[in-house]
Ligand binder design. Structure first.
Ligand code: PMV
Length: 339
């Protein structure tokens, strides 16, 4: 890390990412060290923009969030505390005690069940480094982002397709690029089937993972699946990628359903979509599912099939709406501030 001039105000934009191989289970919950490598693609229609400003004119820390379609509002609670814990770590590094104002804005509906923690924590972390004149390379930035609490955020720092290497210490656990955003014209159709907040947070899910009798079996088969997924991306082998992401999504949800206590994230429509995709594939229309810690389905497809798949998906009873995403760059600094 290099110390530069502090500009004290900076803005970053960062995407959410969809995991092809899921991070599920932690070796160390303080350092956010995962039990396995994970692989993801950044998604371009699910962005968070964050402006931070440090100034003696602020008498207290202020965190405002503008969710999509809602008014900008000061927020308190767990999320705000997590953001401010990250701010405190950076204040210490920069040896500054000025208060901060943070304004964050999401480009996607907060009720779409797409976790905005990856985009939010990566945008915040990048903006903080710039404002405080702390210069990190990509590896260090990924590590600093991981430490904010939502581990998957460390993958949003990287452009395009990323692999988070689990490592065995804070220094060796970070994301690297597999391919950039222009490498492969894939798409992620987010199919929203339920707009409620998830009942069990991924944080709790990570803690429960090890209580599943099958968790060890998952960890054993993962290195091979990670290798094949990495290969599928590099060689643009869509069918192999599809098989791997479906295997991994089912494996993760098998762990949640067999944890003690069990957690069921799917609903009936989730299963209807899975069945429909399998039927359509028999007729040559290729879309593969993956599912995070909620009931909504991410359909991974080739861009040429977006329209057909979207039309068919929207006809399934229980589907509320869809969001089309393409691969995109990771976190970046922009000139235009939100305030
Ligand atoms: O980074 P967290 O703590 O929000 O956990 C992410 C968990 C999943 O989204 C289900 C999987 C992943 O790798 O993104």
């Amino acid at each position: 890390m290099k110390k530069n001039n502090r500009v004290l105000k900076a803005t970053a934009v960062s995407p959410a990412n969809i995991a092809f191989i899921k991070y599920w289970g932690q070796k160390d919950s303080k350092l956010i060290l995962p039990c396995n490598n994970s692989i993801s693609m950044n998604i371009d229609n699910c962005l968070t923009t964050t402006t931070v400003e440090f100034s003696p004119k602020y008498k207290r820390d202020i965190v405002k969030i503008k969710f999509f379609g809602e008014k900008e509002k000061e927020r308190k609670g767990r999320r705000t505390n997590q953001l401010l814990t990250q701010v405190d770590r950076f204040r210490k590094m920069a040896e500054i005690d000025w208060k901060v104002k943070i304004l964050s804005r999401n480009s996607f509906p907060s009720d779409a069940g797409i976790a905005d923690s990856a985009s939010a924590f990566s945008a915040l972390t990048f903006a903080l480094t710039k404002a405080l004149g702390l210069e990190f390379n990509k590896k260090e930035l990924s590590i600093q982002t991981r430490l904010a609490g939502s581990g998957s955020a460390c993958r949003s720092i990287i452009d395009g397709f990323a692999e988070w290497k689990k490592g065995n210490s804070s220094h060796s656990s970070y994301a690297v690029q597999i391919a950039d955003e222009d490498h492969w014209s894939l798409a992620d159709i987010v199919v929203v089937v339920n707009q409620q907040l998830k009942e069990v947070s991924s944080w709790r899910g990570h803690q429960l993972a090890e209580t599943s009798f099958y968790f060890k079996a998952r960890l054993k088969e993962l290195p091979e699946r990670v290798k094949k997924t990495r290969q599928a991306i590099k060689t643009k082998n869509f069918e192999l990628l599809g098989q791997m992401i479906e295997q991994d999504a089912v494996s993760m949800h098998f762990i949640t359903m067999t944890s003690k206590p069990p957690v069921f994230y799917w609903n009936g429509t989730t299963l209807d979509i899975i069945q429909a995709l399998r039927r359509w594939r028999k007729n040559g229309l290729l879309g593969y599912f993956t599912i995070d810690a909620g009931p909504n389905v991410h359909v991974i497809c080739q861009q040429k099939d977006i329209k057909t798949l979207e039309r068919k998906l929207k006809r399934i009873s229980g589907v509320k709406f869809t969001i089309i995403n393409k691969p995109c760059r990771g976190a970046r600094i922009v000139r235009k501030h939100l305030f």
